[in-house]
Design a protein around this ligand. Structure first.
Ligand code: UDP
Ligand code: MG
Length: 326
């Protein structure tokens, strides 16, 4: 397997998945063996704090289809996924979560659509009943807002679980940014896309690493990566407030000419000052968000660092017992 390129590359980022990754391998291996294609499963350890690395190394010893890639620290799911996409040698790539929330059995449907000639097959969550109310609500708000302001729509309830062929991979690799919002990137490149629906299961074991604050930041990343509308809107807010100020100013002049000067209200002055101060700070905050992204991007840092890879350095993975004693 290691000499010829496989047809299917499964890309699975793993962060603290020691409890579930063996089960995942069992389920996906059954599915992959039912297809007539040759395959590889790339397990990317994204700086897990538990024993994920040793578990996947053990799995790799028993199964030559597995490739273990160990990142030098936790770079986040987007970076881990990017590493997998860069390393995969297959004709089709399938990113999938390790926690079995994405059912491996759907791969049969992916492959069927691919054989029909689609470049991309996405899996749409028809049923999110296993997600919390807050997650569903925030996801819906995110999609609505993102699609209203960004030029390219992200299809609702579609995650990273999908099939992409080589053409799409080549296109994705043309995007040079190092802060990678993969959902946006996948949509941005386009291509002929089929949709298959599925029910999102609950996590098989372990815990989600995306909660509250992290999801909020992820949403900000998504919106700022693919839209400048939050910057542009200040032009309109500013114009609107200036117009109001002009109308109020004219009104005051006319009123003074007719009725003479009376003592202006203290409360209204304070309110207007505070309001404008707040509005300006929000505007600066939004600008800061983009400047921060510019700054980070301008450093041209790599998206991820690979510490070891079972293909390029099999000796590390094979552990010391295999080497002759000195
Ligand atoms: N993941 C990762 N790095 C991280 C966080 C998550 O590689 O920093 C992986 C994780 O192991 C899983 C996938 O990304 O395979 C999705 O993560 P999770 O299940 O926590 O997210 P959710 O399904 O709740 O959105
Ligand atoms: Mg999950």
């Amino acid at each position: 397997m290691t000499t010829n390129s496989p047809t299917i590359s499964i890309i699975c980022p793993c962060y603290n998945e020691e409890q579930v990754v063996s089960l995942f391998m069992e389920r996906i291996t059954t599915v992959l063996q039912q297809t007539e294609y040759d395959y590889e499963v790339i397990l990317i350890n994204d700086g897990s704090k538990d024993n994920t690395l040793s578990v996947i190394k053990q799995l790799q010893q028993q199964d030559a289809h597995i490739r273990v890639v160990n990142l030098s620290r936790n770079f986040g799911k987007e970076a881990a996924l990017t590493a997998g996409i860069d390393l995969a040698r297959g004709e089709v790539l399938i990113p999938i979560d390790a926690d079995l929330q994405d059912p491996p059995e759907l791969i049969h449907d992916f492959l069927e659509k691919w054989r029909e000639g689609y470049d991309v097959v996405v899996a749409k969550r028809a049923d999110r009943s296993t997600d919390s109310w807050a997650k569903k609500f925030s996801a819906e708000m995110f999609y609505k807002f993102h699609n209203a302001v960004a030029q390219v729509d992200i299809p609702e309830n579609v995650g990273d679980f999908r099939l992409i062929n080589r053409r799409v991979v080549n296109a994705i690799q043309l995007l040079p940014e190092n802060q990678r919002f993969m959902k946006g990137i996948f949509s941005w490149v386009g291509f002929k896309t089929a949709v298959v629906e599925y029910k999102r299961e609950a996590r098989e074991a372990g815990e989600t690493s995306f909660n509250g604050w992290k999801l909020w930041n992820f949403a900000l990343d998504g919106i700022t990566s693919f839209s400048t509308a939050p910057l542009r809107i200040w032009l309109y807010i500013g114009s609107f407030i200036s117009a109001l100020a002009f109308i109020y100013g004219s009104f005051t002049v006319v009123k003074t000419l007719i009725y003479g000067i009376d003592a202006p209200g203290y409360a209204s002055t304070i309110t207007i000052m505070l309001f404008l101060g707040g509005v300006q700070l929000i505007g600066i905050g939004v600008m800061g968000e983009y400047i921060g992204r510019l700054y980070m991007e301008s450093k041209r840092r790599p998206t991820y660092i690979i510490e070891e890879d079972s293909i390029s350095s099999p000796s590390i993975v094979k552990s010391q017992d295999d080497s002759p004693s000195q």
